[in-house]
Write a protein that binds this ligand. Sequence first.
Ligand SMILES: [Mg+2]
Length: 253
Amino acid sequence: MLKALFLDMDETLCDTSKANIVAKHELAKSAQILCGDSLNSEKFAERYVQGIYRQWTALEQQKYMQIIEQQSEDAFRVQLIQDLLADMQQPAVTVEDALLLQHCFDKERLAAFDFFPGIELFLRDMRKRLTLVVITNGPAFSQVPKVKRVNLAQHVDHIIIGGQEKEQKPERSIFTKALRLAGCENHEVIHIGDGLIPDIAGANASHIKSVWVRHNQSFDKNLGITPDYIVEHPAELPDFFEKLLFEQLLQSS
Ligand SMILES: [Mg+2]
């Protein structure tokens, strides 16, 4: 019998891509004002987003992880901006200017960050019947403001932020914590997420059933990561769970 849902936040409950696109555009505008026409500002903004999503070369990995571990996420992002602008043949920018650009991105992203349509209602409905636990990967630096922005604590029972734990998804320890918070066994839960490795491989390793929110991602069977269920978009979740809970009711009666 299903007792709880574990839910990923970015791209599952909330439209993070849309917020990133809005923020990227605003960052490009601010960078253009700071650097002038010699900067391909859209390209700069694109590379900044790749950087904050850890799409690094091996050398960058070494450099940036050291800054994050020894200083802060903030310091890394300032360095990233300075490095990208230098690489794009721009005059050196001060820490203050780099911070202004970074804050511009964060502010715009947060302002545009919201649930996918219909998700608030879905959570309200599910919470009447199930315990809801959000498990979101990422540093507290970016996840805490997003959680607050959508008042997530008012919509679910528990929130686990990967960056505040000793391990993130797909590691078992974070799912074990979620099970403890929900007071459930692994067979009484379904985990929903869009990340094939963190969400689906993570749930599989913890013997928890999963729903993969596909978002047009390709599915490589050779990876050996198989979700129990697939929906194409978060908008399908309300109907999917209505049906699942109804079938369960029929089976138990
Ligand atoms: Mg996600």
